[in-house]
Design a protein around this ligand. Sequence first.
Ligand code: SF4
Length: 228
Amino acid sequence: MPSFFLFNKRILCDILKMNFVCMGGNMGNYAEVLNRLKQSFGATFPFYEGNPYRVLISCILSARSRDERTYPTADRLFEKYPQPCHLAEAKLEDVQNILRHLGLWREKSKRVIDAAKVICELGYVPDTFEELTKIPGIGRKCAHIVLAYGFGKRVVAVDTHVRRISKRLGIVPLDAKDEDIEQAWLSVLGDDAKDINHYLVALGRKLCGRTPKCSECPLNDICKKQGV
Ligand code: SF4
């Protein structure tokens, strides 16, 4: 490669701070990450996909709770309160009784009622980041989860698994912010960019947790193992 190109590429990297280009990676590799994860983890998708109300409430419930507890509990909640206005009018102690087996159940009970009140008053679940983050209990991650899985928008939700694995893969530097991680994945993936959240969560739970099991990982030969 001509040296002037390398020189310019380095300057470009410095300007853009796009480590996934600078570190010798390429876009093809990161598209390959999604392909391999699809093959390894199949097409099972988050519960309630396409139902923004249920995606939003279950995202609030999922904080510090395992899926095995969150989703059966969410099912019971939606059985009793199928629409936002039902939940908005619920008695706190009734909701607490349903959520009692989840971590932070007291806080979550109040949060889901407060969120349902806002949605009931609006008459719809908002489909913009700005409006969603005005709902009590909805931060950056849950807003993106709702946009991605409730509305099918092309956004990347960054949670603890996406953050950890994106850095290990080398698509971003170790000190990257969540916004950098979102942008990095959007830059290298197409219409299915939103799905990277689902697959990195699956990978994180099974193989790339606190102690990564690289020898069993489908990404072993393309992962930079940054910080591992
Ligand atoms: S190769 Fe290792 S560090 Fe990289 S994603 Fe797989 S388990 Fe994680």
